[in-house]
Design a protein around this ligand. Structure first.
Ligand code: SAH
Ligand code: SF4
Length: 389
């Protein structure tokens, strides 16, 4: 018996091809896609404008399945977090952050993470596996229609959209799951799916340089780069991937990316760690890094107060230190924001997304023999931004 195709795994182009294989015209793929992503329907029988013969064909060959919700909690500040089952003992988290002018969903891309940044806890659990496109876009689909249901908003194009922005800042490194991520991005942007503008979709990376170049070609959405240090010596310690792709290479990739997203700026994320990367000297060094006299990187900074976890041995920078650091960047002319912690009472703040991950890769053991690549880990998310005064 052939396996059933999960149609949430297909981007718009692939769905047209799939329908073509069934002898159907491209407009049928559009109809089908709208049922799935605009109306949130999973039952082929309810797709009333599809011919009965097509519905029957689909029923025998395809399914529409998103990850099952294990838990669903809402913080006192309105932040809502879902824990999702992604099979084989793994669970990932998705967080919705409501603000006055937008609703942002923080999406996970991997169960665990192999990069093993020093301050990030998901890796603690080890890398397990890449999420499929269905599991990535399924987070947006599940959250959008769950939020509508809670508020009594109808599905379909007439109902008010609840999620206006998506950030790939949940668990995992998006660029180490490139193909599945790009397919999901294409659905996020497609008018017959979620119709988000590319500026409202942000991919955050620890600096996988070759994939920055590929994304510029394939789907140039907003790019956030997790910098965390102004020089290679410190960044090698905090973000082990820096040993492979150093800062010079990373800055050059950021400049190249902006050629494809010319009116944008790169968002540099900087996790503020007490006594580690938060001195005035570090701030000035950061300015020098991005202000190459002949070729500066158009950028802004987002300072993230570290969300501590017991085993990290690290502390969050004091509020005054974050402000002073931000002021140096602001005075040098850079838009600088400080990320507010949201949803900390439900462990949904940046760096608190843990999920549950089975390390099937024996990564820790392998790492004992190799300092070159990273380990597991992760955390994340959020946004909402507060100007540094
Ligand atoms: N892997 C990607 C995207 C997910 S991490 C990346 O690293 O960019 C999203 C953001 O959360 C990153 O900027 C990361 O540095 C930050 N983060 C991770 N752990 C954190 C913690 N404990 N406290 C605050 N921010 C954290
Ligand atoms: Fe992975 Fe966490 Fe580092 Fe992002 S911050 S690359 S999720 S270890």
């Amino acid at each position: 018996m052939t396996a059933l195709t999960n149609l949430l795994d297909l981007d718009p182009q692939q769905l047209v091809a799939y329908c073509g294989e069934l002898g159907e015209k491209p407009f049928r793929a559009t109809q089908l896609q709208r049922w799935m992503h605009v109306f949130g329907v999973s039952d082929f029988g309810a797709m009333t404008n599809l011919a009965k013969s097509l519905r029957e064909k689909l029923t025998g060959r395809a399914v529409i399945v998103e990850p099952a919700v294990i838990s669903d909690s809402t913080s006192h500040d309105g932040t809502r977090k879902w824990l999702l089952d992604v099979g084989r003992g793994n669970a990932v988290e998705t967080v919705f952050i409501p603000e006055d002018d937008r609703g942002t969903l923080c999406v996970s891309t991997q169960a665990g993470c192999a990069v093993n940044c020093r301050f990030c806890s998901t890796g603690k659990q080890g890398f397990s596996r890449n999420l499929t496109t269905a599991e990535i876009i399924g987070q947006l689909r599940m959250a959008e229609f769950a939020l509508r249901k809670t508020k009594g908003v109808e599905s379909g194009p007439k109902g008010e959209r609840q999620i206006s922005n998506v950030v790939l800042m949940g668990m995992g490194e998006p660029f180490l799951n490139y193909d599945a991520v790009v397919r999901a991005l294409k659905l996020m942007l497609d008018d017959n799916a979620y119709g988000l503008s590319r500026r409202r979709v942000t991919v955050s990376t620890s600096g996988v340089v070759p994939m920055i170049d590929r994304l510029a070609q394939d789907c140039p959405v907003s790019l956030a780069v997790s910098l965390h240090a102004p020089n290679d010596a410190l960044r090698n310690e905090l973000v082990p991937l820096n040993r492979k792709h150093g800062l010079k290479e990373l800055m050059a990739a950021c400049r190249r990316y902006l050629e494809y997203a010319p009116r944008d700026a790169i968002m540099f994320e900087y996790c503020m760690l007490d006594g580690v990367n938060d001195t005035d000297k570090h701030a000035r060094e950061l300015i020098t890094l991005v202000t190459d006299r002949t070729n500066p990187v158009s950028c802004k900074f987002n300072l993230i107060p570290f969300n501590p976890y017991p085993e990290s041995g690290l502390k969050r920078s004091k509020h005054e230190r974050v402000q002073a650091f931000g002021k140096i960047l602001l005075d040098a002319g850079f838009i600088t924001t400080v990320r507010k912690t949201r949803g900390d009472d439900i462990d949904a703040a940046c760096g608190q997304l843990a999920g549950e991950v089975q390390d099937r890769t024996r990564l820790r053991e392998r790492l004992q023999n190799s300092r070159e690549i990273c380990t597991p880990t992760d955390r994340k998310l959020i946004r909402v931004v507060e100007e540094v005064a």
